[in-house]
Design a protein around this ligand. Structure first.
Ligand SMILES: Nc1ncnc2c1ncn2[C@@H]1O[C@H](COP(=O)(O)OP(=O)(O)O)[C@@H](O)[C@H]1O
Ligand SMILES: [Mg+2]
Length: 377
């Protein structure tokens, strides 16, 4: 079937859903945004007044059902996003990001939003600490480090979760040997995270199909990340998760900034390789977290040295020590250097991150845990 015709059918199905407040159908009311239809999959956002967020969940479900009943559609993802008023949209493009202090009450209702940046309120979650693992660019080993750090924290006895929020290249399913399956729902319609290596795991990779790269628009990124925090059973108020490690999307653009703002982060770990270019990116990452008042726990230099498996000779492929110097320049802690080794590569790519560099990750986990404990005191 022609793509366009299918999209029209989806829109027509959505015209049967009415906003209870205005009585208008949600297409005519302009509430549906970012509709994409491809390969039997439909994805869209419903823009609502954030104050009505809770009551709109049933609207979201009705919309999903309506689209699911369209012939040719197999999967539907509908996300609620906060409606952007024209005024706030204009302000958002020029305003500097607001800091953590101007945000929300714990019941999730948004306060006045002079900068138009509070599309979704910051969250109050059953998680003691959320830390981000970030890098200025892809391919530096951010996911490898996020996964191994999380496993090491779990082994050290912390209740630990891993949120793979890298919309451009989710890798937790592969690295932890988990299938790309949508998690089950509990009675409250919350997603139950998968478990592997002692971790609770949620990945954008469980929610989308791997083979087709998605085109993400700002509001969708926000909704997806928001849902993976709010609608996942990470813990309970009386049995909280100790630490959630977030594998951030690489880079320092809008998606990253949004995450850094919306997620109540206790701190960030920045991963870099020793090359100058990567370091420049790392500097940008650091600046980004500073901008949103998230402390940087420290920097990790990955692929630091290469030890030949045959003769044990150590060579410095990308140069060496750059990140350490950079960390000193930037007055930020240097956590560790991780050598380039075949076992890290083979094991993490085979879904079995059993700590090739166990001692190194153990010590990083210790440093991170100490940092968080000091923060609590
Ligand atoms: N220290 C290391 N030694 C060997 N291979 C590594 C190391 N760190 C990462 N890799 C490999 O490099 C590739 C990219 O790493 P990944 O963690 O996916 O990077 P990113 O998340 O930054 O894009 C993967 O194949 C991974 O196994
Ligand atoms: Mg990655």
């Amino acid at each position: 079937m022609m793509k366009k015709a299918l999209k029209t059918k989806v829109e027509n199905a959505l015209r049967k859903i009415h906003d209870p407040e205005s009585g208008q159908d949600i297409i005519s009311a302009g509430m549906v945004s970012g509709l994409q239809v491809a390969n039997g999959r439909a994805l869209f956002a419903i823009e609502v007044d954030p104050a009505r967020g809770n009551e709109m969940e049933s609207l979201r479900q009705q919309s999903e059902q309506a689209v699911k009943s369209v012939r040719g559609i197999k999967h539907v993802t509908a996300a609620l996003t906060a409606r952007r008023t024209e005024q706030s949209a204009a302000a958002a493009s020029s305003a500097a990001p607001s800091s953590a202090s101007s945000v929300t009450s714990s019941n999730g209702a948004a306060h006045a939003d002079p900068h138009g940046m509070e599309k979704n309120p910051r969250l109050s979650l059953p998680i003691k600490h959320i830390i981000a693992v970030a890098s200025g660019k892809g391919g530096v080993g951010k996911s490898t480090i996020a996964v191994n750090l999380a496993v090491a924290l779990a082994e050290a006895g912390y209740k630990t979760g891993l949120l793979d929020a890298d919309i451009y290249g989710p890798s937790a399913p592969r690295m932890l040997g988990l299938p790309n399956e949508k998690p089950d729902l509990n009675d409250q319609k919350q997603l139950i995270p998968h478990e592997a290596h002692g971790l609770k795991v949620m990945s954008i990779g469980f929610m989308i199909e791997e083979e087709k790269p998605m085109i993400w628009r700002g509001p969708m990124v926000q909704s997806a990340i928001y849902q993976m925090l709010r609608d996942v059973v990470w813990g309970k108020q009386d049995d909280m998760l100790d630490i959630l490690v977030v594998d951030m999307p690489p880079g320092t653009g809008d998606a990253q900034l949004t995450m850094a703002q919306k997620v109540p982060l206790s701190g960030a770990v920045i991963v870099s390789t020793p090359q100058d270019i990567a370091l420049l990116d790392a500097r940008r990452g650091l600046a980004m977290f500073e901008k949103v008042d998230v402390p940087v726990i420290g920097m990790i230099e990955n692929m630091s040295t290469f030890k030949c498996p045959h003769c044990d000779h150590e060579s410095h492929i990308f140069g060496h020590g750059g990140a350490k110097e950079e960390a000193a320049n930037l007055h930020c802690d240097f956590l560790c250097e991780i050598p380039l080794t075949l076992d890290i590569r083979e094991q993490s790519d085979a879904g079995n991150p059993v700590l090739a560099q166990g001692a190194v990750f153990k010590s990083v986990a210790q440093k991170v845990a100490d940092y968080l404990r000091d923060k609590d005191e």
